[in-house]
Design a protein around this ligand. Structure first.
Ligand SMILES: C=CC1=C(C)c2cc3[nH]c(cc4nc(cc5[nH]c(cc1n2)c(C)c5CCC(=O)O)C(CCC(=O)O)=C4C)c(C)c3C=C
Ligand SMILES: [Fe+2]
Ligand SMILES: [Fe+2]
Length: 338
């Protein structure tokens, strides 16, 4: 029977929370020229000489804090569930494989399994709602790099972004309802950050992103592939779904690495500002992630929560990610069969 191949790819996580494995992961991740987009010699000096040796022991402690005894890394655990549930939903006419851009399971091994099963075509879904060269772009780059060496290159397609997918938006909104958003002093949409220069490089007109005032606060024909503009659009749609007015929410960007300017405003500055204004309770969405991971369960729920309390706030509540929610699996199914 003919089969369609589906390849789900998320970012990746260390194989274990040991310093050695975290260092291996950071080395692979940060040596990617789409992630640290500087010249290769400077990148190697920076990553292998400074970031990996100094960051690995610290990051390993954070990974140890979120590592589940049975299921390991939350990112991999939820990715495995998404893979299994999507395969169940799609049935035997589809072969769904899961890969991680960095570490395991590798993209090479997943593509080899699809090839060995003689699939008719391959559809690649990078599990990042908003397109960034450092995330989805890197996944597609890696897939093309592998497949271009095959003798037979099958029909292959890429889902580039799904920032406005209605079922995805609904899932985030549903997840928030149990916290009753109206009872919070303010709502944050905290997206993973990105160096500003990467936004500028993605602007093919060279004249729009970070050059025009409020360039990316609304999505339009010029900035339709801009990560920041897509983040703003996702946040707007979730807020509209929940009836949250503009003055009750702020869009911000977390996880900055290094001293170069990243997309603003920074989440850490916003939470201090809100605490200074007397806000006590914040509800935080992280809609750049389809699965809970270090950046949500530790950075937001622990680190930002502590920073907020130190600045006078009381509590930060994270809205869970899409994880294994049936509506999200339905969203993936509809992307495949569309
Ligand atoms: C939303 C997608 C992501 C983009 C875009 C992205 C860009 C990006 N990230 C770093 C540096 C780090 N990110 C780290 C963790 C991490 N990043 C994403 C997603 C995106 N990153 C996820 C899902 C995770 C969590 C992985 C997990 O195992 O749970 C880390 C590692 C953690 C740490 O040491 O603090 C780093 C480092 C850069 C530099 C970048 C864009 C240029
Ligand atoms: Fe990241
Ligand atoms: Fe932009």
């Amino acid at each position: 029977m003919s089969k369609k191949g589906i390849l789900l790819v998320n970012l990746g996580t260390p194989d274990s929370p040991s310093t050695a494995n975290v260092r291996k992961y950071l080395n692979e991740f940060l040596m990617d020229g789409r992630v640290i987009d500087i010249n290769p010699v400077s990148r190697a000096l920076l990553v292998k000489g400074i970031i990996a040796p100094f960051r690995s022991p610290k990051s390993a402690k954070l990974y140890q804090a979120i590592w589940d005894q049975e299921t390991g890394s939350p990112l991999l655990h939820y990715s495995i569930m998404q893979h299994q549930l999507l395969q169940q939903q799609l049935g035997s006419q589809y072969q769904v494989e899961l890969a991680m851009r960095y570490q395991s399971p590798s993209i090479e091994s997943a593509l080899e399994r699809l090839k060995a099963n003689l699939v008719d075509s391959i559809q690649v879904i990078a599990l990042f709602p908003q397109y960034a060269s450092a995330s989805s772009g890197s996944v597609f780059d890696k897939v093309m790099d592998i497949v271009r060496k095959w003798q037979t290159i099958p029909p292959i397609s890429f889902i580039n972004s799904f920032h406005d997918n209605a079922l995805m938006i609904e899932t985030f909104a549903d997840n928030a309802k149990k916290y009753d958003p109206d009872t919070y002093d303010h709502i944050l949409f905290s997206f993973h950050g990105l160096p500003q220069r990467q936004l500028i490089k993605c602007d093919h007109t060279g004249q729009y992103c970070l050059k025009v005032e409020n360039c990316c606060s609304t999505l339009n024909d010029t900035n339709k592939f801009c990560y920041s503009a897509q983040c703003h659009d996702t946040a707007r749609l979730i807020a509209e779904k929940l009836g949250i007015p503009k003055e009750r929410y702020t869009i911000c960007f977390q996880s900055r690495l290094g001293s170069d300017p990243w997309v603003k405003p920074y989440t850490s500055e916003i939470i201090k500002k809100l605490a200074g204004e007397g806000k006590k309770r914040l509800l935080v969405f992280c809609p750049a992630f389809v699965a809970d991971c270090l950046e949500t369960v530790y950075e937001v729920s622990v680190e930002y929560n502590d920073e907020f309390k130190e600045a006078g706030g009381e509590h930060i509540q994270l809205v869970e990610s899409l994880n294994d929610s049936p509506k999200w699996i339905q969203a993936l199914k509809e992307m495949v069969i569309a």
